[in-house]
Design a protein around this ligand. Structure first.
Ligand SMILES: [Mg+2]
Ligand SMILES: [Zn+2]
Length: 221
């Protein structure tokens, strides 16, 4: 029997140990200008579309360099076991990221996790080392996100009215997803957001914690 839960997980800092998007711009962009853009986004002054346009403009990176950055990355140590357990319980995991699909795919390939569904932004290379962000979901997004996680969960719920949804995340880009999900797992900035807005959440540090809590809630057996 198909289980009625569906898991949506953030990528940077949640499934991946690091914020790979941030590393990309720290390593290959102008760090000060990028930090200004990130701070304006965090303060709600600009959308993540504008933040990425500004960050990409400062960056010079080749496809090979980006791939090298990706293969250096590690995922959460307990994610693979969590994924296998979800699989044996008939629960699908969708990655929702306001980062870029290109490095997410490379990192997942390293861990043989290539069949996970990814909803993220795209990155295009121009003239070898200029990069330009593309936002396939921006028309469905709120005015803060480039790829609004709230849209994807809302859309899923519309198509699966009896299913229950879980959002797992660590950052401000997970806010809209958390507001739509039936259950929230939060750490870092998302946790602060939940506390501030009186949202019920389960705190976690890694996917071993998520596994333990899902088992105690009888979501996973
Ligand atoms: Mg994150
Ligand atoms: Zn949003």
């Amino acid at each position: 029997m198909q289980n009625s839960w569906h898991i949506f997980s953030d990528f940077d800092g949640t499934l991946a140990q690091n914020d790979v998007g941030a590393q990309l711009f720290i390593k290959y962009g102008d760090e000060a200008k990028c930090m200004d853009a990130v701070n304006e986004w965090m303060a709600g002054k600009i959308s993540s579309c504008e933040m990425y346009h500004r960050e990409c403009k400062t960056a010079e990176v080749t496809p090979i360099q980006l791939q090298e950055l990706a293969v250096e990355q590690d995922i959460d140590n307990s994610f693979y076991d969590f994924y296998k357990l979800c699989e044996s319980n008939g629960i699908d995991i969708t990655i929702l990221s306001d980062g870029f699909k290109i490095y997410i795919q490379d990192i997942l390939k390293k861990y043989h996790l290539t069949h996970l569904t990814i909803r993220a932004n795209d990155l295009e290379f121009l003239n070898g080392k200029q990069i330009q962000p593309l936002f396939p979901y921006s028309e469905y997004s709120c005015d803060q996100c480039a790829n609004c996680k709230g849209y994807h969960i809302r859309n899923f719920k519309k198509q699966n009215p009896h299913a229950k949804t879980i959002m797992i995340g660590d950052g401000y880009s997970d806010r809209c997803g958390a507001l739509e999900a039936h259950l929230i797992f939060a750490k870092a900035d998302l946790k602060h957001y939940c506390v501030k807005n009186n949202l019920k959440y389960y705190p976690f540090e890694n996917f071993a914690d998520v596994t333990k809590i899902c088992k105690s809630l009888r979501i996973l057996a």
